[in-house]
Each structure stands twice: as C-alpha cells, then as structure tokens.
Design a protein around this ligand. Sequence first.
Ligand SMILES: *Cc1c(COP(=O)(O)O)cnc(C)c1O
Length: 453
Amino acid sequence: MTTIKYGSTNLKAPKVSFGEALLKGLAPDRGLFMPDNIPQFSSEEIIAMSSKTYPEIAFEVLYKYLKDEIGGDELKAMVDDAYDFDVPLENGYEKKYVMRLDQGPTASFKDFAARMMGRLMQYYLKKQGRRLLILTATSGDTGSAIANAFYGLDNIKVVVLFPEKEVTNRQRKQMTTLGKNVQILSLDGKFDDCQALVKEAFSDPDLDYLDLSSANSINIGRLLPQSVYYFYSYSRLVKNAGEKIVFSVPSGNFGDMMGGVLAMKMGLPVKKFIIATNENDEFPVYIKTGNYKIIVPSKNCISSAMNVGHPSNMSRLVSLYGGVMNEKGEILQPADMDKMRDDIWSVSVTDKRTKETIIEAWKEHELLLEPHGSVGWAGLMDYIKEYGNEPSQVYVSLETAHPAKFPEQIVELLGFDPKLPPSLEGIEEKEEQYDTIDTNYTDFKAYLQKNYN
Ligand SMILES: *Cc1c(COP(=O)(O)O)cnc(C)c1O
C-alpha cells in the first residue's frame, strides 16, 4: 500500500503528512487538505462490520488513513475515548430510518468530528513536545462542541468568545460549566465582534508565542471521522454484500456530506446522496446548472447551523470530481458534473416546509425531528416523490442535533417540550464560570498575555 499524503485543493502547496495537515488546518496556498489517494474497503470487510461496535468501525476506517503515522493501540485508545455514546437508528416507516447523531456531549453531530480531532491533535502535540491554544468565536453551538471536545486534554488549552446576548442559556451553560483547560469569555457585542477579535489575534505577531490555532470545521481531522457513521449505519441495516443505500444529509458547510462521499469513494455501496439545504440554495442550483453563485449575505432560516451561502467544503467536493474551486468560490476548472449527478441529488427546503415536515413526521411516524433533521427528512420525501418509492430500498436520513436543543420550535409546532438527552440533563443546576471582557482588541490581547504564557 502506498503512503497517503495530503495535498491542497488549490494545487499550489507541497503534499504533507496527516499530522502536519492536522496541525496546520489550512494549506499554505489557502486551499483545503485532501488525501491524494483514497483507501479502499472490500465488500467482505464492509459486511464484517455488522458485528463490530461503533468505536471498532471508527478504528477500521481511520486506521486505513493513519496506519503509517499512528500505532494501532494508540488509535484504538483514542476512538474508545471519543465514542462512548450511542448512535440510534430509528425506523420511520418501511425501510426508511433516521440516524440520530445527537447523543454526544453537546447533542450535536459536530461532537463526532470535534472529539476525534481533539484526540488526534493531542497525540501529535505530545509526540512533538508542542502545545496549542485554541481560540474560537461562537454564536452558540460550535463553541460548546469545541470546548467539550478538547475538555481535559493535555497540551491544549481552549478560549471561546461568545456574544452575551446572542447565546441561549442552555448554549452558554454547555460551555461555562466545564472548567479545567477551557476558558470562556463573554462580550457585550455581536458574533461578528467576537470573530473580529479572534482574527486580529491570529495575525498579531506579539501573540506568536501562544501557538494559536482555530480548530475550525475545514480541518482534515474533522472531515475523516465524519465518514464513520455512514459505514456504521450501513453495517446495521444491510445484510447483503453490495446492496446500495440512499442517504439524506441536511447540509450547510458540507463537512457532513463530504464524509459520506468519501465513504462512498472508499467502497461503501451508496445509491444516492440527497443533499438537502435550507433556502440557501447555491448548491442545488449548481448541481442542476453547473453555475456556482455564492449567496451573500446568507439567508436566515430556522435551521440556523445551515445558513451558509458558500459552503467551506465546496472546493473539496469539486476536487473529488476532477475540478478546481478556489477559496472565493471561483471555478478554475469545472468538475465532471454528470458524474457528480450520478452520486448526488440536491434540493432546497423552505422554512415553511421545514415546519410542516416536523409536524408530519411526528403525526405520521412518531419521528421527533428538529429543524435541521427536518430539512433532511423533507429532502428524502422529495427524492421519493421524484424517483418513486421503493419499499425494499434502505433510506437513511441524518438527524444532526437533538430536538431538545430547539424547545421553542417544538413547543410551537407540536405542543410539548422535548425531554433533554442524558448528556444535557442537570446542566441547568451546574455552576458557571466565565469572564467578561470589553469589545476592544487591546483589552482582549492584554487578557491573553496575562492569563497564558
Ligand atoms: C453544523 C450543522 C449542520 C451542517 O453540517 P455541515 O457539515 O456544515 O454541512 C447541520 N445541522 C446541525 C445541527 C449543525 O450543527
């Protein structure tokens, strides 16, 4: 087997090891890292997964990429530590399922990727005697996923900035009740103010000594773990080698769907990916017409984590189909659109449909969905309308957050307050700890210099 190296989607940076790509985040030519060859699974290997646990499947998938860099026992310890929660597959009707990716510590599918990335980073940092200070701004959910993912790890500290008035109580408590290596800062400002402070810190040479890193969603260390749950759901629902499955993925920055498409390129038998977006429909338009036009500003929809007018992983998808897209969203070399259409079908779902679907799924199938998962389920229903229903076909729609994270929507549409998942129970009573800073860079910088050395 050849060693896998990681090249840039902009094609203008040297290829590097996984460890280097992980700690760098972005390639020096501002492109995103992608593996230069994709490891393969045989159908026997895939069928054999049916008797394996989630951490065991995560190990198998990730070890194909990492075996030249990380020892098997060490990787096993990481996946066991990262994936100590359930991945329920709930039946809707016939062979249509919802995969609930909401049982992690912040009840969001982002836990799957962030927890693994944290452990991988810790491994390389320890080995190289290095450390990182992760600096991130959040409007709610990303901050808590990052804070929880890195909580208690060695060689890594985390500072999260959030806008005091734009974050719900529950979101704040998911960050501020941790402690240890996680520090939370509140600002009397907007999310954009938080983002601006973080950006300025990254470009300030006086802070170079802090080894700042962003751990953001384009990191290759977040992408690869998102292939695993596609293998897992397949292994639970399909018994015959080669049988193909349909996935519906509610999408914003397309990290989730890229994990799926990579799984397919690794050999997972997939009939189609349904990529369901909210009213930010740049992708459905692109796959239909071949013309890509970013949406600025992005539209505000109730599936707020998917309010994205230019998905940050688009250049990765384009690269998998032989094209080149730069970081501004300009297509320098067109992708093979026919091939992309063989694999992917895409649809945009309005807020009105999203709400109607929450009601329908509950009334007709007792499926409790929140706005993001509802976009996925509505996309699946649209696909079935277009191509016809096949009762023997396995369909899986991804639910990316727990309904209890959206109590206002659920109460309005269904008339009850959903029960919190075990991971969030008791959070209201926990003690909070956070600092408040002014919205100016001088104070923020002084805070970092005083508290970190
Ligand atoms: C981030 C997020 C998404 C979108 O995932 P992408 O990988 O950005 O496409 C969907 N649902 C929820 C709840 C999210 O937090």
